[in-house]
Write a protein that binds this ligand. Sequence first.
Ligand code: PHE
Length: 346
Amino acid sequence: MPAFFLLMTIDEIKAAFDRELAAAETKQALSDLHTRYFGSKGVMKDVFRELKSLPSEEKKALGAAINPFTEAAQAQLKEKLDRVSADEDRRREARETIDVTLPSRLPRLGHLHPITLVRRQMEEIFRDMGYSIDPGPELETDWYNFEALNFTPDHPARDTQDTFFLDNAERHLLRTHTSNVQIRSMERFKPPVKVFSAGRVFRRDEITMRRSPMFHQAEGFLVDRGIHIGHLRATLEHFIRRLFGDDAKMRMRPSFFPFTEPSAEVDMSCVFCKGAGCGTCSQTGWMEILGCGMIHPQVLRNVGIDPEEWSGFAFGTGLDRIAMLKYDVPNIRTLFENDLRVLSQF
Ligand code: PHE
């Protein structure tokens, strides 16, 4: 190969190298470029192999042309490689840097159900007064739900129209009220005894705005020496004020329950109009919120407590109704549908 041709070739190689160098923008591309030109099977190896076969005069002249190219090319490669690596390092650092001062994303927390909120508030009020908390069983026998509570055998509540019986003998049932806890607790503990109990109860009711076949009640009762209706009234007044605020008023009206004597129904001043009269309280200024009374002597006798020595009071209230009043929920179904759009408001 004549020296002249080889010289031209070196100019071409240099031009090609410059183009490729300009186009190589990553460490990988630059390393490939280096291999292609200066590697063991690279372009320059071929050039040197051909150079060897030339006469020594030409060899000298050409060597002088090749060396500056090789040196310059390698220097350029190194300079660009340094620049590209620095860029890549900077980009990676920016990508991987963690700003530990950024506020973290909050986990999505659930909400307590309004029934749970009301139940806990009530439990707290009665726990503060020294009551034990006992939810009692939902599955009951006739004895705890009816008989021991002095319901006569033909009492309408015992009708299959009203009660979910679990067997044909009508011995087992879903409790229709939380008053079963009175009997269970009095059997277990000797007086003096104070128990508060909240939980689910079941009745064969149609679903309406205010009724549902499953709903919640709360029950409290106390047995001690010398207990009279004044203790009951004071306890309920304290309870209502703590739950609804100091300006909540209450009144008692005579009523009837088989397991209390005397019995009363308790009204509270309407939470919406504060007693002035509005649509919700049918213009009366009052709303009925619980039933209560002095525990019937026969009930005490049924659990082996001597009514000559001991007396007590009991009261029962609808938790759902209280939640509806407290949170202004007009429809009981809203409480049981568990629609997150509703629940997240509490
Ligand atoms: N158990 C009664 C009811 O379900 C309420 C009540 C409880 C009344 C305790 C008096 C005493 O209606």
